[in-house]
Design a protein around this ligand. Structure first.
Ligand SMILES: Nc1ncnc2c1ncn2[C@@H]1O[C@H](COP(=O)(O)OP(=O)(O)OP(=O)(O)O)[C@@H](O)[C@H]1O
Length: 244
């Protein structure tokens, strides 16, 4: 399990995270939901140890980060192009060289599933195919946790459906997956857990199945309940809960 514990982040004087707490269990797909600028990417960068926290800690399987944890983690960025000058095969070779956890057999399966051509140069691909290449590179690592930054952002519906299939496949089975998004309809039926954040705090963390079964409510119902008071505050120009 990954535990994000009381994490604060300031950029200069600007407070971005104000005491974030949530967990990413193995074998579940969790989604971190927040509007643009809520701090989602910042959290992913903290988990990957690419950016120091101002205070608080992140535990991976109960321990503070150590370089060995890179063998447990895979980070799939948004549709930004990774390794743009390379052909897909060259990017795969690069990953294989860099990561002991590279699984070529799995990479070949994903290539076939997405109908990608190894010989294509990445910077000549459509946005949807770039997203597929990013998934290919990130999911071909034998790791315990996969972090994905907005995997569906700007992707057409057909590609989205193909990508969605990956989330219900053995490719992510047993892994702890975290997907960030601000577009819930893209992932409503894929995720097990939801973490709603705003203004640098977690407003609510819940299991989707539990609220569906026990309360007969959808993710969107809960989002309305959680975010509506904020919308009202904004509409009435009242100070928000951080007193900014
Ligand atoms: N290097 C930086 N210096 C100053 N402020 C930054 C820096 N990086 C991010 N921020 C600010 O921190 C806040 C959170 O950014 P972050 O990218 O984590 O949000 P996000 O939820 O991922 O947004 P989006 O959905 O737009 O990707 C934003 O207000 C952003 O402007």
């Amino acid at each position: 399990m990954i535990e994000v514990k009381d994490v604060y982040k300031k950029y200069g004087k600007k407070k971005v995270l104000n005491g974030i707490n949530f967990t990413i269990p193995k074998g579940k797909i969790s989604s971190l939901i927040g509007i643009n600028g809520a701090g989602k990417t910042t959290i992913l960068n903290h988990i990957m140890n690419l950016l120091p926290v101002t205070s608080g800690e992140i535990l991976i399987d109960g321990e503070k980060f150590s370089p060995k944890d890179y063998e447990k983690l895979s980070f799939i960025p948004d549709a930004a192009i990774m390794l743009p000058e390379m052909k897909i095969r060259e990017a795969m070779d690069f990953m294989q060289e860099f990561y002991d956890t590279w699984n070529e057999e799995r990479a070949q399966e994903i290539l076939t599933f997405f109908r990608l051509n190894e010989k294509d140069k990445i910077n000549t691909l459509s946005k949807g195919n770039v997203a597929k290449v990013n998934l290919l590179l990130g999911l071909s690592l034998d790791v315990d946790y996969v972090l994905m930054d907005e995997p569906f952002s700007g992707i057409d519906i057909f590609t989205r459906e193909q990508i969605a299939e990956v989330f219900t496949s053995y490719l992510v089975e047993d892994k702890g997956v975290l997907i960030t998004t601000h577009e819930i309809h893209e992932i409503e039926f894929l995720v097990d857990r939801v973490i709603l954040m705003d203004e640098g705090i977690v407003l609510r963390e819940f299991n989707v199945e539990e609220v569906r079964e026990n309360e007969g409510r959808s993710i969107v119902d809960i989002m309305r309940e959680v975010y509506m008071p904020y919308a009202d505050e904004l509409n009435h120009h009242q100070p928000n809960r951080l007193g900014k």
